[in-house]
Design a binder for this molecule. Structure first.
Ligand code: NAD
Ligand code: MG
Length: 397
């Protein structure tokens, strides 16, 4: 796109992925312009970003905060228009205000705007894995129908995208590709027994050894649910049957993931654990640009270790695989129950081992298994949240 400036909507701009995206955008003003920024409730954080990037619009998801955003922008960024609500996210994602959408909202709250961007044929940098876990079939259909460019920026999927033959989306059916191999850091509790895990606190769970991330994905990394969600994500992105998606624990987070071919070759993408690599790849694709990431120094790292995941101490990975084999309604239930359980854990209302217990019981109790359109998925999501919430309140888990 030499000579054309990409107009980027960063949805979830105040988060960890949002911040890394804006860092890359700021390094390349001749290529990129942040034209729309959004946040859930952090008005001050959003206004500060608007002061710096002067986007055309800023959206606060919580509608009651619209007056605060409007007044903050009037003083800090008068050229930026205030908008509010989930509908505004959908409207902006589909509009001419942007040609690229960075889907960096956390949770299935990002589904509507991601789908809107897909229907509108945008380039989508997908970080928001929950949206593809819930709406994978719908999202991939919309991408195919509109010709949208879907570029995974979850580091594992970005690595696989780089290692697959082009076009990578849907490529696992390619006759030479045998298997995708996702790496997992193992999180802060790698090697811990269930007895030790019974005592862990939110602060310990959020202290990831290699990555600085939002609190929800940090807890998901600690339970291994993050890897479970990523197996489901890989299934949809690359059209990969579950049995051809492997997981290996790699504590250093240097090998971001791998693709195995029929001739015995395994291709890997390596790098420092810094999301700006994947984000710059998605922003500039098919070119590569400077991302502010330090060169990899393998002699200093000295060793790369690999081991199988412990699915006894960390049952969430197994639960995710089972839900994937069952179908989209089950993965929607899994994701919704997980969002509720993680939130309760972070608020001190559920113990760490209770997260997997809530998922297992919610999956067992919710038997409606046909959810192939958006209203049905949203209904299943809401129903699963109610069940998970009541399990937590009754202290059944
Ligand atoms: P975060 O908590 O740091 O940021 C989340 C962003 O979403 C914030 O801007 C927040 O205001 C917004 N948001 C939260 N709830 C919302 C709602 N209901 N409606 C609208 N906006 C809402 O999270 P993060 O770590 O940046 O992760 C964002 C997404 O990217 C997640 O899906 C995560 O799994 C994925 N991801 C993150 C990383 C990482 O390194 N942080 C890596 C891979 C994938
Ligand atoms: Mg990841």
């Amino acid at each position: 796109m030499v000579g054309t400036v990409r107009k980027i909507a960063v949805l979830g701009a105040t988060g960890s992925i949002g911040g890394s995206t804006l860092d890359v955008i700021a390094r390349h003003p001749e290529r990129f312009r942040a034209s729309a920024l959004s946040a859930n409730a952090d008005v001050d954080g959003l206004v500060a970003l608007c002061r710096k990037f002067s986007p055309e619009v800023a959206i606060i998801a919580r509608e009651d905060l619209y007056p605060a955003l409007r007044d903050g922008l009037a003083e800090a960024a008068p050229a930026t228009r205030a908008m509010a609500g989930a509908d505004a996210l959908v409207e902006v994602a589909a509009s001419g205000l942007c040609d690229t959408v960075v889907a960096a909202i956390v949770g299935s709250a990002g589904l509507g705007s991601t789908l809107a961007a897909a229907h509108a044929g945008k380039r989508i940098l997908l970080a928001n894995k929950e949206s593809i876990v819930v709406g994978g079939a719908l999202l991939m259909q919309a991408v195919r129908a509109s010709g949208a460019q879907l570029l995974p920026v979850d580091s594992e999927h970005n690595a696989i995208y780089q290692c697959l033959p082009a076009p990578a989306i849907g490529a696992v059916r390619h006759p030479t590709v045998r298997r995708l191999l996702l790496t997992a850091s193992g999180g802060p509790f790698r090697g811990w027994s269930r007895e030790r895990l019974a005592q862990v606190t939110p602060e310990q769970a959020c202290a990831h050894p290699n990555w600085r991330m939002g609190r929800k994905i940090s807890v998901d990394s600690a339970t291994l649910m993050n890897k479970g969600l990523e197996v489901i994500e890989a299934h949809w992105l690359f059209d990969a049957p579950p049995e051809r998606i492997g997981v290996v624990v790699h504590p250093q987070s240097i090998v971001h993931s791998m693709v195995q071919y029929c001739d015995g070759s395994t291709l890997a993408q390596l790098g420092n654990p810094d999301m700006r690599t994947a984000l710059s790849y998605g922003l500039a694709w098919p070119e590569r640009i400077e991302a502010g990431v330090a060169d990899l120094d393998l002699a200093a790292i000295a060793r790369l270790d690999f081991q199988p995941p412990d699915e006894v101490a960390f049952p969430c990975l197994r639960l995710a695989r089972e839900a994937l084999c069952e179908g989209p309604a089950a993965t929607t239930v899994l994701n919704a129950a997980n969002e509720v359980a993680v939130s309760a854990f972070l608020q001190g209302r559920l113990r760490f081992l209770g997260i997997a217990a809530v998922l297992e019981t919610t999956l067992a109790r919710l038997h409606e298994r046909a959810a192939d359109d958006l209203p049905a998925l949203l209904e299943t999501d809401a129903h699963a949240r109610r069940i998970a919430q009541s399990l937590i309140e009754s202290e059944d888990c």
